[in-house]
Design a protein around this ligand. Sequence first.
Ligand code: MRU
Length: 355
Amino acid sequence: MKVPKTIEWITKHRNMPIPGHIRMIDQTRLPSRLVFLEITDLHQIWTAIKTLQVRGAPAIGIAAAMGIVAAVQNSRVKTGIQLAAEACRAADYLATSRPTAVNLFWAIKRMKELANAHADMPPAKLKILLAKEAVAIRDEDADMCRAIGKFGVKFLKKGYTILTHCNAGGLATAEYGTALAPIYTALDKGMKIKVYADETRPLLQGARLTAWELMQAGIDVTLICDNMAAHVMKHKKINAVMVGADRIAANGDAANKIGTYGVALLAKAHKIPFYVLAPTSTFDLSLKNGSRIPIEERTEKEITEGFGRRTAPKRVKVYSPAFDVTPAELITAIVCEKGIARPDFRKSLARFAGK
Ligand code: MRU
């Protein structure tokens, strides 16, 4: 499958990661145009995350890690302590971009810990170390997605039809995706799988991104509006629902794109298995359950004037949560790079997270 890389760190010299810059697909331009952003600036990466030019939980973690490197690579400070402090300031700023996907905070914490642990190094060396770490975060995510595909494909059989919500594909990760990984793995094995993609109001990640990337890969995808899912489950043969996640609490409650909870309820009503696929970087075991997961609320314009056309009366009251939490009891299994967790999720999630 040849799909361009969602996000990468570009350097002139193969073995020297500094100086470099971020190259990423501008996901707000898809599907009409495949445009790449070349980013060297901290504020630009913050804006790219905020405005969903890069989106999807793992991808924004990678973007933040690379953003920290972009922020410090030209620094002229004299000591490693000063450089570590600069990296931490950049990290704290990036942490304000979006609240729900824990991968963002996971990557930021990893970069800050590395900077502080090596603050005794000369700044030039610490910069290289940070750049290598950001690249490692990207590469590890790519590996985790392949592993998720290998475990998740166990739930698929030749000719199956899957329903998915939002985009948890290659565009949302380093490559390959989480919810879509088993479908790509099946394709690599020569198994044909059909997909129904929910459009995913209001920002249409399903229509713009999932449909686009599945078509690029030659997968049979049918686009539906979100409110068609119940009808499709009743009248078409849907063998499984596969979705990604932005944060999974210790008991298995899983936050994902708004509308996922509704899809899970529909799946239960139609006796269709509902799988959540996410790397361990999406686990937040500090939260006992999903009730404390911060839910991002986005601007009303995304609902009243989505994509430039007003579709609601001026001054109408709007509520726009970007995520919801699917309770663990609606989830058949959680698939991560280390294996498959089944209810009760607590023990297996803790084991996979290495706790
Ligand atoms: O607002 P978005 O587009 O960043 O939301 C993305 C999702 O909800 C994805 O399903 C989730 O991040 C998993 S991506 C592997």
